[in-house]
Design a protein around this ligand. Sequence first.
Ligand code: DX5
Ligand code: ZN
Length: 219
Amino acid sequence: MASPVRIAPSILSADFARLGTEVEAIEAAGADLIHVDVMDGHFVPNLTIGPMVVKAIKPHAKKPLDVHLMISPVDPYIEAFAEAGADGLTVHPEAGPHVHRTLQLIRSLGKRPGVVLNPGTPADAIDYVIDLVDLVLVMSVNPGFGGQSFITSQLRKVEEIANKIARSGRAIDLEIDGGINPQTAKQAINAGANVLVAGTAAFSGGPSKYAANIAALRG
Ligand code: DX5
Ligand code: ZN
């Protein structure tokens, strides 16, 4: 994982009444990707946004939209999110019976396929899909809400996955999501992560703080 660390602020912690402006502000502050958390109140205990909102923010974003789908079933919505302007689509193996097929579908639509592992899901869950993905996301909180505490045991999973990625010989991003702050960011980077999702830590304090927030996460 020699590639430079990239920061993916999660708009879950942005001001939802001003999403377009928030995306522009966080990009101006140095965001590398815009992380979009899609929740259905069923796969995870919270409801957030759908393809219409992704479509609405797309013109405000110059950076790629990194769309994290926490919905089940997931397959019926892949095309809608792709058309709405997602650049990457990341799915949980538990969100559908055929994660391999889902990842193939994402690739066939010209988008970057990603697989995401919940804190209780073992690293080996990626073994037979690693050839299909451009990104592996390790959840360092149970998905559903921003502002939760980092689950330290997930660092070992990041290390395991970094080794699997190295063995694969492919350029696969290793992203971590949940409870990232300047301290946990450092631990995650040391474990092998190269993309850090940050909601609370990126958006806290309002727009005048965004640049400093992001700089602090880069270490
Ligand atoms: C949780 C989401 C995260 C969340 C991170 O389900 O996937 O992206 O927004 O928020 P923080 O950085 O506040 O833990
Ligand atoms: Zn997320």
